[in-house]
Design a protein. Structure first.
Length: 620
């Protein structure tokens, strides 16, 4: 198929040009209509799902795949075995899945499935439903799948589940049969072993019937607020009474990759408004462990949204909900589930982090299995910057915690390239540090390479150009290259596809005829452009900037930086010498990368030490 296509393209250079220039990357499309009826005694629900699926790919599809995430919560599931055999298991899971009884496990059972009104053959294989289509779906064609299913919510929280540690009844993530993504890299029917997701952009129309005392929140806009009440109704309206003790909640969510909901009879529901931004909903159980900090949370959340919108691009939905539930903090479209019994700093921190995912997981939605760092890392970078501003932390480098996380990974001996599929890291530690810390450090270093004035507008360009398109690492770096005029592929290749490290140092300082010659050495394998800050005894200082030849350009400095641009450094040269027009005795201090923008694994050799470096005569 591929070879044929290639041949065709090569035969007609004209079509290469036309395709390359005009055809955007295609996206599959799906419209879900779901109705579920929840039994809060048995924690089971029955569901009907209609999915209208459009194949926008150039390929004919003979199969489709759905995710059945709840099936992971069963003894001997892949998630259970993975949790029991990995060297450093997630404390929240451990061996607990292996001990779940029949009425504690999770499941999604498919009762029937039709394609355009006709029954289709399917097989449930762990957490994946494999469907053999009656008729292939042609490129451009739309088909309708109708499904009946039955599910039990597991009594074990890993993102989703019932009765979490803080007593929240239902954390309903990954609760419905969800169509796998088919994109330019093919099908992504990843078995669920606990890591994150990839999905088709879809419009959701969801009706949830549940005991009338339960308060709900999650992805999507409530369509019948006056009927369901619980703080959603217009002022003065008396909500409906429901039928047989139950109410039906109707939600709509346009253009999202997933749909989460949570429910608890004891939620307090508070609203706030971001000026020129979304309406915020907060749902939490009010008690002595939560009341004080959750009352302050809306104020900080509003500030965070304003900063994030201004700095990283505008959040496109009209609503966002912060909901107590789950097992830590997990992001979903238009909402998050977080544990709520926390200090104020921790509560605001987790909220800001999860909200930030709306940009990188929710709207850009890079495949989190293949490019986990483009979600967790970029989110960690952005949330550190935001926390510094809204909590008035006054940190000179808000990324220093992320850099430290990377250094610990680099030293550990467990590091794997950041390009590793999220499910396939050997340890949870290596996954976590790569995705979060090394991913954030990716952006921290790009900001260092490009300069702040170019970096932030480029981040907004990236958001605006790639929203709703699942960008990959190359898509991202191309935006950065165009914005900076620099060649940056080398940076991506080293940082993402290798575990090579950065280490530069001052090798020697020599004086001749009242001038000083400084020799730097590249000890690490990864090249970087360098900034050397020299401070003289008279109090003046200058910034010596050495670009890399393979960048084919230079960083843009702000006018007050007093930067001297030196000749570029061809990376194969182990050393580099530059000249200062002052005698070495006038140098008070000299340091490579004073602001610590570069993730140099050994900073000790970055600092000028007269006793060690100064040589009175030229050896050569
Ligand atoms: Zn995260």
């Amino acid at each position: 198929m591929k070879i044929k296509l290639l041949g065709f393209l090569m035969a007609s250079m004209l079509s290469v040009v036309v395709l390359g220039q005009t055809k955007e990357r295609w996206q599959q499309a799906i419209k879900y209509e779901m109705e579920i009826d929840m039994d809060v005694e048995t924690h089971r629900f029955e569901g009907k799902q209609k999915a209208v699926y459009t194949n926008n790919s150039p390929d004919e599809l003979n199969k489709v795949f759905y995710h059945l995430y709840f099936n992971a919560f069963q003894p001997n599931s892949m998630m259970d075995v993975r949790s029991r055999t990995i060297k450093d298991p997630d404390r929240r899971v451990g061996d607990r899945i292996s001990k779940l009884s029949e009425d504690q496990i999770g499941y999604q059972k498919i009762l029937s499935l039709k394609q355009n009104g006709k029954k289709v053959d399917y097989e449930v294989v762990g957490t994946i439903l494999e469907v053999d289509l009656n008729k292939p779906i042609k490129s451009g064609e739309t088909v309708t799948f109708e499904m009946e299913f039955e599910a039990q919510v597991p009594e074990q929280i890993r993102r989703s589940g019932r009765n979490n540690a803080e007593g929240i009844s239902y954390s309903m993530a990954q609760w419905y049969p969800k169509m796998s993504e088919y994109d330019y890299q093919g099908w992504h029917a990843n078995p669920y072993i606990g890591r994150e997701f990839h999905g088709v952009w879809g419009d959701f129309d969801v009706k949830i019937t549940i005991d009338k005392d339960f308060v709900l929140g999650g992805t999507g806009y409530v369509q019948n607020p006056n009927e369901v009440g619980h703080g959603y109704q217009a002022e003065g309206v008396k909500p409906g009474k429901g039928k047989n003790g139950k109410l039906t909640w109707h939600f709509i969510a346009p253009q999202v990759i997933d749909f989460m909901w949570a429910a608890d009879p004891d939620y307090t529901h508070v609203k706030a408004q971001v000026p020129d931004g979304p309406e915020l909903h907060f749902l939490y159980q009010k008690n002595e462990k939560t009341a004080e900090n959750w009352e302050k949370l809306p104020e900080y959340t509003v500030k965070a949204f304003e900063y994030m919108n201004k700095t990283f691009g505008k959040y496109p939905y009209k609503q966002y909900s912060v909901i107590q539930g789950g097992d830590g903090g997990m992001e979903y479209p238009m909402s998050t589930l977080i544990t709520g019994e926390r200090s104020l700093g921790s509560l605001v921190g987790v909220t800001v982090h999860e909200m930030f995912h709306s940009w990188y997981q929710g709207v850009l939605a890079s495949n989190e299995s293949l490019y986990e760092w483009m979600d967790e890392g970029f989110t960690s970078f952005g949330s550190a910057e935001t926390m510094n501003v809204i909590m008035e932390q006054g940190q000179e480098n808000p990324q220093s915690g992320n850099y430290r996380g990377y250094y610990a990974l680099a030293e550990s001996g467990y590091e794997e390239p950041m390009s590793t599929h999220a499910d396939h890291y050997v340890t949870n530690f290596a996954y976590g540090r790569a995705a979060y810390s090394k991913g954030a450090t990716f952006l921290g270093q790009l900001r260092y390479i490009m300069g702040e004035d170019v970096f932030y507008p480029a981040m907004r360009t990236y958001f605006n150009e790639w929203k709703f398109k699942h960008p990959n690492d190359n898509d991202f770096i191309r935006v950065m290259e165009k914005a900076s005029g620099l060649e940056l592929d080398w940076f991506k290749e080293y940082w993402v596809y290798s575990t090579k490290q950065i280490d530069y140092g001052i090798k020697s300082v020599m004086e001749k005829d009242g001038k000083t010659f400084v020799t730097l050495e590249k000890y690490g394998e990864m090249p970087m452009p360098l900034e050397v800050t020299v401070t003289y005894n008279d109090g003046n200082s200058e910034l010596i900037y050495i670009p890399l030849r393979i960048m084919r350009g230079e960083k843009s400095f702000s006018s007050d930086a007093n930067a001297t641009v030196m000749a570029d450094w061809p990376w194969v040269y182990p050393t580099y010498t530059f000249e200062l027009n002052q005698s070495a005795s006038n140098i008070k201090s000299m340091v490579i990368d004073e602001k610590e923008g570069m993730a140099d694994v050994d900073r000790e050799n970055n600092v000028f030490d007269a006793a060690k470096h100064l040589k009175s005569t030229f050896d050569k």
